[in-house]
Design a protein around this ligand. Structure first.
Ligand code: DC
Length: 227
């Protein structure tokens, strides 16, 4: 059945501004926001707590298939990631879980187990989904596809500022290096790698602030809707 409202897919590397821009864009459009990276982070957190290695695809797959992951609406910010009905939104934002999410996301078993949930969350449209493979794998038929990028240095430094704002003390150069390593890993994995869909519109946030990027993205969506 044709969706009555569009799916907006936003993909791109870490630190390009996806979360901030996707959240503000969803607010401007009155759409629901789905941060798919939070789901991979939830799997990494649950695996760490269960003592499951990030290399063990079959056990990670089984864990993911049985993991009660859901989003809860949040009046003060992005939806909260709930695992077993407990808000784990803060616990999934550490540098260890960032790396862990990239590690667990390499496994086809994990990706397959999260695919149905992501599609369900977007099936009615009126939704902004952000991740790495939304426009290529999760919703290849999305009405709007945006690939958000920025230079490696800008992305690393943005992530460092984000961490500092949350009181996480991290070394600046190390954060830049970690972001670059994670993107390389996400881009080079054989299953659903980070890459722009052939019909995605690219928005580069290296030289513009995120509010300007959101305005560009809003114009892209409104132009698509009008066409
Ligand atoms: O968007 P994020 O930084 O919170 O994502 C964390 C990791 O999850 C990222 O390094 C790769 C993985 N991921 C993915 O493989 N596919 C997605 N659609 C979203 C995230």
């Amino acid at each position: 059945m044709k969706r009555s409202r569009p799916v907006v897919a936003i993909d791109g590397p870490a630190g390009a501004g996806k979360s901030t821009c996707a959240g503000r864009l969803a607010n401007r459009l009155g759409y629901v926001l789905v941060d798919t990276g939070a789901l991979y982070r939830g799997v990494a957190l649950a695996a760490a707590e269960a003592g499951i290695s990030f290399d063990d695809g079959p056990r990670l797959g089984e864990l993911t298939r049985n993991l009660p992951l859901r989003f809860a609406p949040n009046a003060d910010g992005p939806p909260k990631l709930m695992i077993n009905d407990i808000d784990r939104s803060a616990d999934i934002r550490t540098p260890e879980i960032s790396k862990g999410a990239s590690d667990v996301s390499k496994h086809a078993e994990v990706r397959d187990a999260l695919l149905g949930l992501q599609r369900k969350l977007g099936e009615d449209g009126g939704v902004v989904l952000e991740g790495r493979d939304i426009g290529t794998v999760v919703f290849p038929d999305a009405e709007v596809k945006i690939f958000l990028t920025a230079s490696e240095k800008v992305r690393g430094e943005r992530r460092w500022h984000e961490l500092r704002a949350r009181g996480v003390l991290a070394d600046r150069d190390q954060t830049v290096a970690e972001v670059a390593a994670r993107d390389l890993q996400d881009s080079q994995r054989p299953v659903a790698p980070l890459k722009p869909a052939s019909d995605a519109i690219h928005v580069d946030t290296s030289e513009i602030d995120l509010e300007a990027a959101v305005s560009q993205m809003e114009s892209i969506v409104r132009a698509k809707l009008a066409s």
